[in-house]
Design a protein around this ligand. Sequence first.
Ligand SMILES: *Cc1c(COP(=O)(O)O)cnc(C)c1O
Length: 348
Amino acid sequence: MACGQLHIDLDAVIANWRALDALSAGETGAVVKADGYGLGAAHVARALAGAGARSFFVATAREGADLRDVLGPPAEIYVFSGHMAGDTDPIRDAALIPLLNSAEQAARHRVALPDAPYGVQLDTGMNRLGLEAADWAGLRDGLETGPMRLVMSHLACADEPAHAQNAAQLAAFTTMTEGVTVPRSLAATGGILLGPAYHFDLTRPGVGLYGGLPYASARPAIRLSLPVVQVRDLAPGETVGYSATYTAPAPRKIATVSGGYADGLIRALSGRATLYAGDTPCPVAGRVSMDLITVDVTGLRDMPDHLDILCPAQTVDDLAEAAGTIGYEILTSLGARYDRLYSGCITA
Ligand SMILES: *Cc1c(COP(=O)(O)O)cnc(C)c1O
């Protein structure tokens, strides 16, 4: 088998959702955008629906339509990008709930689908998506008389509990939503950890479900094993890989594994990442290339048939740190070539 094996533990995803649900004051939704942060939205969403999740969030209407095919009628599917031009058909056909972001989107929805439910996204300081206070003040009466289902906003700095913007956004959200009669939602994973003042009626965890920071006590949900294609011995002075950036200082054994930057193991890991044979660390030697990584396995007594790059010894966030990025990016870059092997709950 020439491709990497991505082992996805759906029981860990469910356990993380239950733990975040236990922390949340009200209902707990699940964010499954970007193909469930790379783990496979269909499998993850089915598993979480089975565990009791009812509200799901995606980035785009197309993701929402695909998710509806998987989950069937009862789930609520919210779309962060709202009602964009061209999205009317999937919103209607898949019964999606767009989170309206602007006066333009509110007008589009009212004209195209006057009886179809919607939510409203408010900007409380992130300046990315959502109605600003003045727009909301002008549109609120009209929006509240229609089938409005949710009012939400998003925190920019929730992964830094001491950041002053958290309290400022909480205060803005509280003021802007005073007297609203529909459920309110402010917290993603980081916001859940800030405490119940941030939870309102519905929380929206994403990365914490998949084992990533800022949810430090998450159960790891994935293991990534890369098969060894070839092993060779190097004499002192021989070099490895593109641009010959690694030179053997002494006799060395180099294993070439299947997996590279085309699989989301980004080139910034060159010379910095570590692979594992069980608990034994083996450093990357030289450049990560498109399909292959070369690893110094001199220290191993027995040559395994694969080396792990994500495993208990090296979490998603450990690998992200080696690459100078965040766990979210490692997860959502997980390559399409891997065999995805699911364990845990039945996902027929
Ligand atoms: C992605 C996203 C989330 C989930 O955030 P996590 O940090 O992964 O928990 C929640 N709300 C919005 C608006 C998002 O864009």
